[in-house]
Structure formats: C-alpha cells, structure tokens
Design a binder for this molecule. Structure first.
Ligand SMILES: [Zn+2]
Length: 56
C-alpha cells in the first residue's frame, strides 16, 4: 500500500510538476522529468531506488 502511494506521488516532478516519463530498461525501471530536473531509478532485484536531482 505504502509503495503504491509513493509511486503515485512520484508520477510528477517535484520541481516543475510535469508528469514523469517512464522508461522500462529491462532489468530496472526509471522515471524522469521531461525537463531533466529529476530522475528516479527503481532496481527491483536490489530493492533500491536511486534519485537524481539536477534542478538548478
Ligand atoms: Zn521537472
């Protein structure tokens, strides 16, 4: 339940509030802001999420 909620929150960039674009990379999944301000990678096999913040 909590994971679903967090995923829903991260459908939108925290900086520009645009809808995140999803990419399926095969062994991991990533979502990125269309302006490149924010990116999140989900690695299910490692149970890890990596966030990238590049907002100025
Ligand atoms: Zn953004």
């Amino acid at each position: 339940m909590l994971n679903k909620f967090i995923s829903w929150i991260r459908e939108v960039c925290p900086y520009c509030h645009k809808k995140m674009v999803s990419y399926d990379r095969g062994h991991y999944h990533s979502r990125a802001c269309p302006d490149g301000q924010y990116k999140i990678e989900t690695h299910p096999h490692l149970e890890v999420e990596i966030e990238y913040h590049s907002a100025k």
